[in-house]
Design a protein around this ligand. Structure first.
Ligand code: AMP
Ligand code: ZN
Length: 111
């Protein structure tokens, strides 16, 4: 937990952000500035700056993030038409919050 990190505070339950899903390792919530009809963020509770900072010991956590995104796509009703999963990596890759997160984007074809 880093106190100056927004996503640490959100994942730690220190804000009024509503979780779509939560377990011991991660939380899922709506992006505040959505770029798609469904734009959710899968965020680990552990502070990791970016994909560049992953170590071997984080492999299970990353697999869990992707599997959670898959389940959240089903929950949102966008699994069948399809969706995007996106990691922005460092400022050159468009990352602005330096706490690892996976974007789930979709819903364009959802009726
Ligand atoms: P990135 O560019 O990959 O770092 O994405 C950060 C995302 O976090 C952006 O899409 C923001 O809209 C989103 N965001 C920033 N603050 C909040 C917040 N308080 N609650 C939900 N999403 C947020
Ligand atoms: Zn953090």
């Amino acid at each position: 937990m880093e106190n100056d990190c927004l996503f640490c505070r959100i994942a730690g339950g220190q804000t009024d952000t509503t979780f779509i899903y939560e377990d011991d390792n991660l939380v899922v919530f709506k992006d505040i500035n959505p770029h798609a009809p469904v734009h959710w963020l899968v965020v680990p509770k552990k502070h990791i700056r970016s994909i560049n900072d992953l170590t071997e010991s984080d492999q299970d956590l990353v697999a869990l993030m992707i599997d959670t995104a898959r389940r959240m796509a089903e929950k949102a009703g966008i699994a069948r038409p399809g969706y995007k999963l996106l990691f922005n990596v460092e400022s050159g890759g468009g990352q602005v919050i330096f706490h690892l997160h996976l974007h789930l984007l979709g819903g364009w074809e959802r009726k």
